[in-house]
Write a protein that binds this ligand. Structure first.
Ligand SMILES: Nc1ncnc2c1ncn2[C@@H]1O[C@H](COP(=O)(O)OP(=O)(O)O)[C@@H](O)[C@H]1O
Ligand SMILES: [Mg+2]
Length: 264
């Protein structure tokens, strides 16, 4: 049995006028324990919706999502989430206290809490920033605190929604390397959402590509078999070209549909 299973999952939203909008349809995927799965797709295809359902924030309208065979009924601590934005930190807590927050809920003692939080603060490259409040930190720093906070809880499953989007290129590369190392070390399973092909190839053990919305679904899943994730490796270039071709096709298809709808 796979750790995570999406079985024909769909999600429809009802607008205020009562119209139904199908965001995700027939989404089926299995993620094994310890796997680093990257979900790629054009903007609006339903990536965040998929992640939100696995997190337990929203229920599927059709189909079923299970973790360890049990249907998801809400958020739990063994599924840690890092969002796209950087605004989910507690403004009245320091950087370190924000990272410690979950550890406090878990009942860890003060000394152990501090040590663990400091370790993750350093891991995300924020040594010396522990006493600052979110308002005193840059967007990228806040994003790294969020990541440290999620990692400090050592969740079984990490759900990350374009977590490095706001970081500069150098920091992003460092964070990608760290994240891979941490996940290999902890054996965490990851669902990582991105629209950046390089990022997906750099991180994923498999990369799933979604069709353009509405009614987004999985179009293709590719296993990345590369020891060194180097952009100069011929096979890296081949993966890139293959994924890019699929996504371009999807974006063009969506644009055509949009133009047709407007003309109608
Ligand atoms: N709560 C909601 N109510 C209505 N429509 C939504 C809601 N959340 C997302 N959508 C729609 O579902 C589609 C997929 O959104 P989303 O999952 O955020 O896409 P992505 O993350 O791939 O950019 C979009 O067309 C979006 O407008
Ligand atoms: Mg999104």
């Amino acid at each position: 049995m796979a750790l995570i299973e999406f079985n024909n999952v769909g999600k429809a939203f009802t607008s205020r006028s009562g119209a139904q909008f199908v965001a995700v349809q027939d989404f089926s995927l299995q993620i094994q324990k310890g796997e680093f799965f990257c979900l790629l797709g054009p903007s609006g295809c339903g990536k965040t919706t998929v992640l939100g359902m696995l997190a337990g924030f929203a229920e599927p309208t059709t189909g079923r999502i299970t973790v360890d065979g049990a249907t998801i009924s809400g958020p739990t601590r063994d599924r840690g989430v890092v969002f796209q934005g950087d605004d989910s930190l507690f403004g009245w807590l320091t950087a370190l206290d924000n990272i410690e927050f979950g550890l406090r809920l878990r009942g860890l003692r003060k000394g152990e809490r501090r040590d663990t939080a400091m370790r993750y603060l350093e891991l995300v490259g924020l040594h010396g920033q522990q006493d600052k409040f979110p308002a005193e930190l840059s967007g990228g720093m806040k994003q790294r605190i969020q990541i440290a906070r999620a990692l400090a809880n050592e969740p079984k499953i990490l759900l990350m929604d374009e977590p490095f989007g706001a970081l500069d290129a150098q920091t992003r590369e460092i964070m990608q390397r760290e994240l891979r190392q941490i996940c290999t070390m902890t054996g965490s399973s990851v669902l990582f959402i991105t629209h950046d092909i390089d990022e997906a190839i750099a991180l994923g053990s498999r990369v799933g590509i979604m069709t353009a919305g509405p009614a987004g679904t999985l179009k293709d899943v590719i296993s990345i078999e590369l020891e060194e994730r180097s952009r100069t490796d011929m096979r890296y270039v081949e993966y890139y070209a293959k994924i890019q071709g699929t996504i371009r096709h999807e974006v063009e298809r969506a644009t055509r549909q949009h133009t047709r709808r407007k003309a109608a």
